[in-house]
Design a protein around this ligand. Structure first.
Ligand SMILES: Nc1ncnc2c1ncn2[C@@H]1O[C@H](COP(=O)(O)OP(=O)(O)O)[C@@H](O)[C@H]1O
Ligand SMILES: [Mg+2]
Length: 309
């Protein structure tokens, strides 16, 4: 007789073993780190604390969570926050349609007058009728999980409190099913665009990382890694121009995403460097408000296009 196969245990977790290890693995996942980033990622792993990443739009907050998941070989579970997000969409809800069908079937299925109600009721609040949403999925996932709670500043205080509770205990109680605790803690990353202040309690629970616009050198490296076809000279010129635009008081300063879009645009159009005409013609990739475009055009001092003869 053969032994029955052992039930598969939880997946191994590929923790970061040092700050250098975090750096190497994040960079292998295509994410360029700096000392603050690699340290906080390592510490979050060791201390089992969530990271709260704040900063302007387009500086790599969401991407960091994706890179951490990639670096760990973990599953990324994303909860995209929005105004009005509630427990049913974030945690779990019962599949009412399926429950209704079950009830209808139970009533009509048997000529003797249907099934016993107790039996039906047990079924109705079982696993088959549960709709798992991102938070529950992250808690119960047998795989190593990175939970991204993206743009948490968009939810209201009530929901923030629920989140806090889950992040404190890493368990939830579903009245009909009992308490759910996972095999391992998910690695949690919350991001915020800072549209409102988050509660002190939430901040206390997390390690804090502020991501700002990168230095010229770092942004150039990001451009070269994300748009490898870009010649170094072009990348250098681009990031310097973007940098100078960020120093103007613009309604929406260009972010890394826009720098990357600009690099791709210029390559697509076949430009190897930026002169005044090219900049004017492609400014709409970088800036999204007419008043910003006007301000920037007045500010840019680029060489005019050389005369052809
Ligand atoms: N450190 C980085 N390394 C590599 N790419 C980056 C980095 N930071 C930002 N990016 C690029 O910038 C883009 C925008 O980042 P994203 O995470 O969407 O911004 P945010 O969530 O802060 O608004 C990403 O798609 C990614 O290509
Ligand atoms: Mg984002």
């Amino acid at each position: 007789m053969t032994e029955p196969a052992a039930a598969p245990g939880p997946d191994p977790v590929e923790s970061f073993v040092s700050v250098e290890d975090a750096r190497t693995r994040l960079e292998a996942a295509g994410y360029l780190v700096d000392p603050a980033i690699e340290t906080v990622v390592y510490l979050a792993d060791r201390l089992r604390k969530p990271i709260l990443v704040e900063g302007p739009a387009g500086v790599g907050k969401t991407e960091l969570a994706k890179a951490v998941a990639d670096a760990r070989g973990a599953e990324l579970v994303r909860l995209q926050c929005y105004e009005g997000l509630d427990e049913a969409k974030a945690l779990y809800e019962w599949n009412y349609k399926k429950q209704l069908l079950r009830i209808t079937h139970a009533r009509g299925g048997d000529a003797e007058g249907g099934e016993a109600w107790d039996e039906v009721e047990d079924d109705l609040f079982g696993e088959d009728y549960l709709l798992e949403r991102p938070l529950l999925r992250a808690l119960r996932n047998p795989r190593d999980t990175v939970l991204l709670v993206d743009e948490v500043d968009k939810v209201d205080f009530e929901f923030e409190a629920l989140l806090l509770e889950i992040l404190s205990d890493f368990q939830v109680t579903i009245p009909e099913l009992g308490t759910v605790t996972g095999d391992h803690h998910p690695f949690v990353i919350l991001t915020s665009n800072n549209t409102r202040e988050l509660s002190e309690a939430l901040k206390r629970r997390c390690l804090y990382l502020y991501l700002d616009y990168p230095t010229v050198e770092r942004e150039k490296q990001i451009v070269l890694s994300r748009v490898p076809e870009a010649p170094e000279q072009l990348a250098d010129q681009l990031v310097r121009i973007v940098r100078s635009l960020r120093q103007l008081e613009l309604k929406k300063p260009p972010s890394i995403s826009e720098t990357l879009d600009w690099a791709r645009t210029l390559l697509e159009l076949g430009f190897a460097s930026v002169d005044e005409e090219v900049a004017k013609g492609t400014m709409n990739v970088l800036l999204k408000y007419q008043q910003d475009v006007e301000k920037a055009t007045g500010h840019l001092k680029l060489p005019p296009r050389p005369e052809m003869n």
